[in-house]
Design a binder for this molecule. Structure first.
Ligand SMILES: [Zn+2]
Length: 198
């Protein structure tokens, strides 16, 4: 059979975030439901869907991102993330491009973390109660998945400078929680090919 073209592809394109809570802040079922709702609302601004802890819902196995909530980033994370209290979320550079001309260069992979200590340092203690933390985690999860893993960018290039992929926005506020047209263009390509950029 010929490959299906994009117009007949099952819609909407779905991404899944696998969330592990290794922090000392307890997150209840309703907190997790709120995170999933927030995440899905952000992805829906681009016409996509997002699920939480439901890997088989993803349109492609590559559309899974694994996020762990830590008290602080563990030793496997770089020092500059661990020591910079402004770094709330971080995606690890674990992805090597097969047959790349640059085999020694690692790109952002499907694994990242959120640091509760860094959230407290940036936004105050009230931001780490379960409900406030859940709101922030929804935003960070979408940012890390889209801005770093899916776009394969370790930084924050100017063309993706608005919306959820913007650098250093306030995760406590309900702004920037949308996918910009420039980012949607890239995500549409990823969705129709079922593959990440190379
Ligand atoms: Zn970022």
């Amino acid at each position: 059979m010929l490959p299906q073209n994009t117009s007949t592809q099952k819609a909407p394109c779905t991404f899944n975030i696998n969330l592990t809570n290794s922090s000392s802040v307890p997150l209840s079922k309703s907190n997790l439901a709120a995170i999933e709702k927030d995440l899905n609302a952000i992805f829906a601004t681009g016409g996509y869907r997002a699920t939480l802890n439901n890997p088989s819902a993803a349109s492609s196995a590559a559309f899974n991102y694994n996020l762990t909530i830590y008290n602080n980033f563990p030793a496997s994370y770089p020092q500059d993330a661990r020591l910079d209290s402004g770094t709330i979320g971080y995606t690890r550079a674990t992805r090597q491009i097969p047959d790349s001309q640059y085999p020694d260069i690692y790109f952002p992979g499907p694994t990242g973390g959120v640091s509760v200590n860094h959230i407290r340092a940036s936004y105050g203690a009230a931001s780490t109660n379960p409900a406030a933390l859940s709101f922030i985690v929804g935003g960070v999860a979408a940012h890390e998945t889209i801005a770093h893993y899916l776009l394969m960018e370790s930084g924050h290039p100017e063309q993706y400078g608005t919306g959820i992929t913007a650098d250093g926005f306030d995760y406590c506020k309900n702004v920037n929680r949308f996918i910009s047209p420039a980012v949607k263009e890239q995500l549409d390509k990823i969705c129709s090919s079922g593959q990440l950029p190379k």
